[in-house]
Design a protein around this ligand. Sequence first.
Ligand code: PLP
Length: 367
Amino acid sequence: MALPNIDASKLTKTLTTAPKELADPKTLTFGKGFTDHMLCIKYTEDGGWEAPEIKPYGPLEIDPAAFVLNYSVEAFEGMKAYRAADGTVNLFRPEMNMKRLSTSSQRLMLPEFDQKQFLQCIKELVALDERFIPAEHGYSLYIRPNFIGTEPNLNLKYSREALLYVYMAPVGPYFPRTVKLLANTADVRAWPGGVGSFKVGGNYAPALRPTMDVIKSGYDQILWLLGDDHYVTEVGTMNFFIFWTTPEGEKELVTAPLDGIILPGVTRDSLLALARGWGEFKVSERKVTMPELVAALAEGRLIEAFGAGTACVVCSVSTVLYEGADYQIPVDPANPDAVYGPLAGRLHRELLDIQYGKTPSPWTVPV
Ligand SMILES: *Cc1c(COP(=O)(O)O)cnc(C)c1O
C-alpha cells in the first residue's frame, strides 16, 4: 500500500495565544518580522507524510546530528502573496514554485510530495495570517517554504526523515533604484554538471564572502560569469536580461538559457512570456559573453540591462565593473533620474498589474 502523501484535508490548526502587533508599514524591511503562524509537515520513510500542522511561529526542535545541519540537505522557495485593490489576496504562479521545490529537493534525495496539496496548505496559512499584508499598494507577504532532511545520522546516504515548513514575513515596497554590478572573474557560482539550477541552501553560503567583498568595494551585486569566455549567467540572486541591437541590426531581449547553470526564475519566465506576447522584438534565451556585452556598449548597441527576481521584480543596471573598467550601462537616456529603463519599467508595470490583480491573468491564483 502506498504511504500517505500530504493531505490538506487533515490539516490541524493551533492558533497563537499572543497575536503580534502589526508593525507600522513604513518600517517594514525585508527578511525580518514574521507572522503569527507557520506550517509544518513531517515525513518519515516508514510512515510517509504526516498530517500538516499550522501552529504558532517559533523555534523548531531539531536533532544536532540532523542531515541538514551536517550536510546542508535543504531546498527552499521564495514567493509572495499580494493584496488586490478589492482586498482579495492572490498568489502569483505558485505552481511554478511547487514544481521547482520538488525538483530542487529531489536533487538532494528528499522525498516527493503532493504539490497541489502542499499549495492548498500554504493557502490556508496565508488566509490565516492575511492581516499581515498591508492594504497599501506595493506591499506583499513574502512566503518562504523550506524543506530539510532531519534524520539524525552522519552516514552519507540520504535522510529518511524530513520536514517541510513554511513561514512568512510582510514586506514593504521595494525601493526602486539602479544597481551597480561587479563582474566576478575569480569566484564561480555554478558550473556544468553542478547544482546552479536548483534552489538549494548549499548554493548560497559560498556566495556570501564574494558578495560581501563586492559590497565593501561599493557595488551592489555580483554579475556571475562562467568559463574562459566569461559567459554572463546571472546577477546576485536574480536572472539577468540584456536589451540591445544585435550586430545584424535586430532588436533583441536576451537572457541566459536554462542550461543547468542558472536558476530558472519564475520572474524570468514571466518576463519572457510578456515580451513574446508583445511581439515587438526578438526574445532569446541564449548564451552571451562579457566581451559581446562590452562590444555592444562600445558600438552604442546596448539599450538596457536589468535583473529579475521575486524580490524586486525588475531592477535596472547602471554600472558594470569588469576587468578593472567601470562600464556605464544606459538606463533611460531621456531621463537622467530614471530608476528603470523604458523596457524594464514597462515590464515592471505590467507584471505588478498582474500580481496586484489589476490586469486579469491566469497567473493570478486567489488564496
Ligand atoms: C530565486 C532566485 C532567482 C529568481 O527566481 P524568481 O523565481 O524569479 O524569484 C534567480 N537566481 C537565483 C540564484 C535565485 O536563487
